[in-house]
Design a protein around this ligand. Structure first.
Ligand SMILES: *Cc1c(COP(=O)(O)O)cnc(C)c1O
Length: 375
């Protein structure tokens, strides 16, 4: 019998472990008769804020909305430039555009994170550039000490895109703790995912907390009093209850298991054609993904080889955001060439890493990679 495939995510195993807690949460919401923005959302928000060491968390519809809400809460005005990364989920840039901003891209570093030297030069040169959406990509934390320095030096407004990095730290600081706001996705594949779409904004500022609550709910300041043009981006009671009762209590263990798997890959993978990246200095990563680099012209070969070994792998991301068709005709600035982003889009492969992988499966991935002939 062929081996069971090694999956990129395994929600059936997750259900086997969490299903009874989920069903209890569903029962509670069903019998309460309240389904959107109620006590379950409020309880989840308090719990999430505590876990992320922030004063406030505001549940919303998804991660993309969380970024848009964050930027609008910081008073981004139509046409204002926003510095961000060319290597991310397209949603990062789409949120900036939806908020009325004009994306400004600089290159990434060797780990795929926004290059903060280039960012600093950009702020130095252009006093009109005062917004930034850095991305904690792959589960790595951007250097938060450095980010804080930039924030202070230039007075910039920062929404941290922490969709892939809930629980990560940079030195002693947790992600989401250095921008005015942090934006979180609760999409199922993220380290903390709902059973559907969800998102959240985190902040320490009571005025921003209040503004985000208004923005997520049609811009209502009070019932039927619309003080600005907001979004419909509310979090459901069902998702909030499931997250608070079944998933968030397991997050620390899930993230620890991801780190264990990453360490096993670091130690076990030994193939001259496969470059391991490790985590950036100072980052206590939560390993949303495990990226490696292979020769560009051999990437398809590796993906096919792994498929035959019944190991699923993926590419994050096959195209830099400024090169996406949707950006043609959309105003943006490519401030620097992006050789590193281009290298990553042509060479990156993401190996399976999720908390329900067994050691045997991790070893199968290691053996598969080590058996691959890279030239
Ligand atoms: C998933 C993701 C988003 C968007 O989140 P959604 O909940 O899918 O809208 C934004 N940025 C990054 C880096 C992501 O990984």
């Amino acid at each position: 019998m062929a081996a069971e495939p090694v999956q990129l995510n395994d929600f059936t195993r997750q259900w086997a472990e969490t299903g009874s807690d989920v069903l209890a949460a569903v029962g509670e919401v069903g019998s309460s008769g309240w389904f959107v923005l109620g006590p379950q959302v409020a309880a989840f928000e308090r719990m999430l804020a505590r876990v992320l060491e922030r004063a406030y968390a505001i549940g919303c519809g998804n991660g993309m909305d969380a970024i848009e809400i964050g930027l609008r809460a910081l008073d981004l005005k139509p046409g204002q430039p926003v510095l961000t990364s060319p290597l991310s989920a397209f949603a990062t840039t789409l949120a900036i555009v939806r908020a009325g901003g004009v994306p400004v891209f600089v290159d990434v570093d060797r780990h795929g994170l926004l290059d903060l030297d280039l960012a600093e030069e950009a702020f130095e040169r252009d006093a009109a550039l005062r917004f930034m959406v850095p991305v904690h990509l792959f589960g790595h934390a951007v250097d938060l000490e450095r980010l804080l320095e930039l924030r202070r030096k230039f007075g910039i407004s920062i929404v941290e895109d922490m969709a892939q990095a809930i629980g990560a730290r940079s030195g002693a600081r947790p992600v989401g703790g250095c921008g005015q706001l942090g934006a979180l996705s609760l999409y199922p594949t993220k380290n903390l995912g709902a059973m559907g779409d969800g998102g959240a904004v985190v902040t320490d500022d009571p005025a921003l907390d209040r503004r985000c609550r208004v923005l997520r709910d049609y811009g209502q300041g009070a019932k039927y009093e619309h003080v600005e043009l907001g979004l419909n981006s509310r979090l459901d009671e069902l998702h909030a209850a499931i997250l608070a009762k079944a998933f968030l209590p397991r997050l620390a263990a899930w993230n620890a298991r991801r780190a264990e798997i990453a360490a096993r890959y670091d130690a076990g993978i030994c193939n001259p054609g496969v470059e391991l990246l490790g985590s950036p200095g100072g980052s206590r990563s939560v390993w949303h993904l495990y990226p490696v680099l292979v020769p560009a012209q051999r990437r398809d070969h590796l993906l096919e080889f792994l498929r035959k070994e019944r190991i699923l792998a993926a590419v994050h991301y096959p195209r830099a955001i400024p090169d996406q068709a949707a950006m043609h005709g959309t105003p943006f600035t490519l401030l620097t060439p992006m050789p590193r982003a281009r290298e990553l889009v042509s060479r990156e492969v993401s190996l399976p890493i999720h908390p329900y992988l067994t050691d045997r499966e991790v070893d199968r991935v290691i053996q598969g990679i080590n058996a691959w002939v890279s030239e």
